[in-house]
Design a protein around this ligand. Structure first.
Ligand code: UDP
Length: 404
C-alpha cells in the first residue's frame, strides 16, 4: 500500500520530515472528501492518490462519491459550463433536480467527521442538508474567473455556508464573496502507474498493443471531449502544422460518467477529421489505461492543452514531469503551471498560427525540446508533486483544528 516513505528518493528528507511533523498532530482526525466520480477527470485522479497518503500518515480519511443519475449529470455539466462563463437557462426543474439528488444522498450518508471537503459544484449543496457540526471546505477545481451571473448568484448562498473555499489560482479569487479563499495547487503522483518511470521497451510494447505508429512525430492532447478543452481548435493547429511538417495528431480521451457531453463532441470531431482519419494521421485513443497515457505522454513530441477555460490542467503537469515540452493556452490556472519559453510555450487560445509556429519549433529544434523537457521536470518536482499537496492539506487541517 502507498506510503509516504516511498517518495523519499524523489523529494528528499526535508519534505518527508515536514510531513511527519505536521501529521502526528492530526492523528485520528476523521476527514471526508466528497466528489462526483471515482474515475476520469482531474479530481478523481488526485483523490485516488491523495486519500491513500492521508491515511498513511495517520489521518482517517474517507472518500464518498455522489451517486448521480444521467439527468443530474446533464444538469450539473450545464452548471459547470455556466460557472466557466457559458449561458444557461436556469429553470426550476434544473434547480430541483440538483437539490433533490443532493438531499437524497444526505439521507443515507451520515457524517460525523472532523472536517468535510466537498469538490466541485455537483455536491456543493449537500451542506444545506446537514446539521453542520464541523468545518466544511468547498474545493473548487474549475475556472470561476468569469462566471455567468445568474448561476453565480444561485450557487453563492451554498458557498457562504462553508468555512473556506479552495481555488487553484489567484485568478479565481472572488472579490464579491465574503469567505476565506485559499490557493492550493493540484498535484500529480510521481509513483502512480500514470507517472512512474517506464522503460523504452515497455513504451514500444504498449505502442504495439494499441497499434500506434511511430514513423511520424506525434502531437497529443490528453483530455475529455469537452468544449472547454477545444478539440476543434486542436485539429486546426494540427492542420496548420501539417502544412509544414508531416506528423500525427493523437486525441487521447476518456468519458467520465459525470460528463455527458463527450460522445456528441467526439462524433463532431470525428466528422471534421474524416480525411485525416482515413489516412491514419489523426488517432482517437481511449485513454482508460494509465500506462498507455504514461507512454503517450512520454513518446509524444509535444503535448498540447488548447483549453479555453481551465482551472488547472493536470495533463500539463503530467507531461512536464515526463520531460515532454508543452504548448498550452495562456488562460485560467495554466500560466501558473507552465513557464513560458522555459518549460513550454503559452499562447493565446485564438492564435492558431502562433500555436502552429510553437509546435513546429519544438518538432524542428530537438535541443530546445530537450532543454524545455528537463526544465519542466525540475519545475514539477519543486512545485506540483503529491507530497507538496499533502503538506498543504496538513497545514490547512492544523489551521482548522486551531480554530474549531
Ligand atoms: N485522462 C486519462 N485518460 C484520458 C484523458 C484524461 O487518464 O484519456 C486523465 C489525465 O491524465 C488527467 C485527468 O484525466 O490526469 C484530466 O485532468 P485535467 O486536470 O487535465 O482535466 P479535467 O478533466 O479534470 O478537466
Amino acid at each position: 500500500m502507498k506510503s509516504v516513505d516511498e517518495y523519499l528518493p524523489i523529494v528528499g528528507e526535508k519534505v518527508i520530515a515536514n510531513i511527519y511533523k505536521k501529521a502526528y498532530r492530526l492523528v485520528n482526525k476523521h476527514i471526508l472528501h466528497i466528489n462526483s466520480t471515482g474515475l476520469g477527470g482531474g479530481v478523481a485522479e488526485i483523490l485516488n492518490n491523495l486519500v491513500l497518503l492521508m491515511n498513511d500518515v495517520g489521518i482517517d480519511t474517507g472518500w464518498r462519491v455522489l451517486l448521480g443519475t444521467s439527468d443530474f449529470f446533464s444538469v450539473t455539466k450545464k452548471f459547470h459550463n455556466a460557472l466557466q462563463g457559458a449561458s444557461i437557462n436556469l429553470s426550476l426543474n434544473k434547480k430541483n433536480l440538483y437539490l433533490d439528488l443532493n438531499d437524497r444522498f444526505s439521507r443515507f450518508n451520515h457524517l460525523d467527521h472532523d472536517c468535510v471537503i466537498v469538490h466541485d459544484p455537483q455536491p456543493l449543496p449537500l451542506i444545506k442538508f446537514y446539521r453542520k457540526k464541523q468545518p466544511w471546505i468547498w474545493r473548487c477545481h474549475i475556472d470561476i474567473s468569469k462566471p455567468n451571473k445568474e448561476i453565480w448568484s444561485y450557487i453563492k448562498p451554498f458557498i457562504l455556508r462553508y468555512d473556506m473555499m479552495i481555488i487553484s489560482s489567484q485568478r479565481f479569487r472572488k472579490k464579491d464573496l465574503f469567505l476565506e479563499q485559499r490557493i492550493i495547487h493540484p498535484s500529480i503522483d510521481p509513483l502512480s502507474p500514470k507517472n512512474m518511470e517506464i522503460s523504452d521497451d515497455i513504451i514500444s510494447k504498449i505502442f504495439k498493443k494499441f497499434a500506434i505508429p511511430t514513423d511520424k512525430p506525434l502531437i497529443t492532447q490528453v483530455s475529455r471531449f469537452d468544449p472547454w478543452k477545444d478539440p476543434e481548435g486542436v485539429l486546426k493547429v494540427f492542420e496548420t502544422v501539417k502544412e509544414k511538417i508531416d506528423c500525427r495528431l493523437v486525441y487521447c480521451y476518456n468519458m467520465p460518467p459525470d460528463d455527458p457531453e463527450g460522445f456528441a463532441i467526439y462524433s463532431k470531431i470525428e466528422r471534421r477529421a474524416k480525411k485525416h482519419l482515413a489516412k491514419g494521421d489523426v488517432l482517437f485513443i481511449l485513454g482508460d489505461n494509465q500506462i498507455l497515457v504514461n507512454a503517450l505522454q512520454r513518446k509524444s513530441s509535444v503535448i498540447l492543452q488548447k483549453s479555453i477555460r481551465e482551472g488547472f490542467g493536470l495533463t500539463l503537469t503530467e507531461a512536464q514531469w515526463k520531460q515532454t515540452p508543452v504548448v498550452a493556452s495562456n488562460i485560467g490556472g495554466i500560466p501558473e503551471q507552465v513557464i513560458n519559453n522555459k518549460t513550454g510555450f503559452l499562447v493565446e487560445p485564438d492564435d492558431i498560427v502562433g500555436w502552429a509556429e510553437r509546435v513546429i519549433t519544438l518538432l524542428k529544434d530537438k535541443k530546445l525540446a530537450q532543454e524545455m523537457g528537463s526544465n519542466g521536470k525540475k519545475f514539477i518536482k519543486d512545485n506540483f508533486l503529491i507530497t507538496r499537496h499533502l503538506l498543504d492539506y496538513l497545514t490547512l487541517m492544523l489551521d482548522l483544528s486551531d480554530r474549531y
